[in-house]
Design a protein around this ligand. Structure first.
Ligand code: NOJ
Length: 539
């Protein structure tokens, strides 16, 4: 396990701003995280992934980095990060941090130097500066946050100037990976953090670093894009892998790429590239037995040839929380239609989310837990417009209300806001709902039917049950249920049908996501100790 620790790891995602506010200013910070490390150790996770913790103007929640070798001052200091890494390691928790290589902040010294240095300067070649077509942008590329992917600068002499590319907000200029400076800089940044003990990096927009030569127009927005998944990107990860492998104990990369083609996706996971990547097909999949089985099969089939472990992800800081998604008529997720404020049945969503957690944690590979999902938090859909901070809201003129609703600060204790997020009572940076008293860690601890106790039990079992984590599965024939065995002694059944499914004979219940009524009710999952081989599903 130590050597290949990531293959079956349970990795907890900390969105620092919203996790715990140690200094009491309304924004989460490293002091807050340090004070909750024991909570995370007791939860039973193997590693933490931190969203970007670097100095940032926070135009995009820290994905606009102005210094890759320091800590955002409102989060703490580099010395504190070093202590945190050590304390986590002492508790057996590994640390993965975000790296943002596709773009930086417009306040990064490279970008301000590029603007100041003027046309045709070497500084501008670290970015994508181009002349426009008259007063139009150089091409038709669209920002993933809405609007053109190009913004025009004013030249140092005051004249209207060149345009620069930004696949996200205008405050996130894209770096130009054809420039050797960019390669050297990121190689050095990786080493900077590896030398401080981080165990791995989550790579933001891992598919986006290489742009097609000549920056051609997008002809079909649903076809291959000239700024995503170009073959050249793999050379970068080979270079990075050599750096990771130069460290004695295993350091890892997890890629963030939303790609339609599982085979192209798996190319990133070849033995000399990234170790793992987020499985967004699973996250996006509707609550439907046949579709889930298809996704599981396609995932395992894509990962097997490259011998990479799959990962199972239900939520993160970019998507609608799954308690909310699963309580809607359409339970799928897509950025194109986030179904904001669609009617939701929270009890149904919660029941399914509990079952989904047991499913995700029983599947072969690693699992991600986004902070607050262990508390069963739902999306906060009624934030007032004037508190919204996600640039998506402004760039789409409010047509897409954005991602703030899954980033609301966590409730730890007490019956009113800030629910123990801090001890000063200062209003958190996003307001918390008035009805979160029953969702706090304090309220759920020791409550047998709570989401938190379910996660604790499941994560604990995941560590002690040899069948769980890395490995394979065998689909089982259990009419009415999505069912699989991990070995001769362990099976997971999920009932996505409308009727109760009888529990198979010669089994003991290890853990159930809800009351069992003598059988497995709809929208419920169970982990079983099996005492005799169960019938495999014929293909
Ligand atoms: C993906 C990150 O998860 C998201 O939060 C961010 O806005 C974009 N990449 C741009 O960095």
């Amino acid at each position: 396990m130590t050597h290949n620790w990531w293959r079956g790891a349970a990795i907890y995602q900390v969105y620092v701003r919203s996790f715990s506010d140690g200094d009491g200013d309304g924004t989460g910070d490293l002091a807050g995280v340090r004070s909750k490390l024991q909570y995370l150790a007791d939860l039973g996770i193997d590693a933490i992934w931190f969203n970007p913790w670097y100095p940032s103007p926070m135009d995009d929640g820290g994905y606009d980095v102005s210094d890759y070798r320091d800590i955002e001052p409102s989060f703490g200091t580099l010395a504190e990060a070093e202590k945190l890494i050590q304390e986590a390691h002492d508790l057996g928790i590994r640390i993965i941090i975000d790296i943002v290589p596709n773009h930086c902040s417009d306040e990064h010294p490279w970008f301000t130097a590029a603007v100041a240095a003027g046309r045709d300067s070497p500084e501008r070649t670290r970015f994508w500066f181009r002349d426009g077509r008259g007063d139009q942008p150089p091409n038709n590329w669209q920002s993933r946050f809405g609007g053109s992917a190009w913004t025009r600068i004013t030249e140092p002499d005051g004249t209207p100037g060149q345009w620069y590319l930004h696949l996200y907000s205008s405050r996130q200029p894209d770096l130009n990976w054809t420039n050797p400076d960019v390669h050297a800089e990121f190689a050095d940044i990786l080493r900077f953090w590896f030398n401080r003990g981080v165990d791995g990096f989550r790579i933001d927009v891992a598919d986006g670093l290489v742009k097609q030569e000549g920056l051609p127009e997008v002809v079909d927005p649903n076809g291959p894009l000239p700024y995503s998944d170009l073959d050249g990107v793999h050379d970068i990860y080979r270079e990075w892998r050599r750096i990771a492998d130069s460290y004695p104990d295993k350091r890892v990369f997890v890629g963030e790429m939303w790609l339609p083609d599982p085979q192209r996706f798996a190319m990133y996971l070849r033995p000399d590239e990234l170790h793992s990547a987020f499985n967004f097909d699973f996250l996006s999949c509707p609550w439907d037995a046949a579709r889930l089985r298809e996704v599981v099969d396609a995932t395992l089939a894509a990962h097997a040839p490259v011998n990479a472990p799959a990962t199972w992800v239900l939520s993160n800081h970019d998507v609608t929380r799954h308690v909310t998604r699963y309580g809607r008529a359409d339970t799928s997720f897509s950025f194109a239609d986030r179904q904001h404020q669609a009617p939701t049945d929270p009890r149904l969503g919660t029941r399914r989310a509990r079952a989904a957690a047991l499913l995700a944690m029983a599947l072969p590979g690693g699992v991600y837990v986004y902070q607050g999902e262990e508390l069963g938090l739902s999306e906060v859909e009624d934030l007032p417009d004037d508190v919204r901070q996600d640039p998506v809201f402004a760039r789409t003129a409010g047509r897409d209300i954005g991602r703030d609703g899954c980033r609301v600060p966590l409730p730890w204790a007490g019956s009113t806001s800030p629910y123990g997020f801090n001890s000063t009572g200062v209003e958190p940076w996003l307001p918390q709902p008035a009805d979160w008293a029953a969702s706090t860690v304090e309220a759920q601890t020791g409550e047998p039917g709570s989401m938190l106790e379910l996660y604790r039990s499941a994560l604990r079992l995941r560590r002690t049950e040899p069948a769980l984590g890395d490995g394979t599965l065998t689909w089982l024939s259990v009419p009415g249920a999505l069912a699989f065995a991990r070995d001769e002694t362990f099976a997971c059944l999920v009932n996505l049908s409308m009727a109760t499914v009888p529990l198979p004979p010669n089994t003991d219940v290890l853990l159930a996501s809800g009351p069992l009524d003598g059988g497995l009710p709809p929208d419920t999952a169970v982990w079983l100790r099996t005492h005799q081989a169960m019938t495999p599903l014929s293909s």
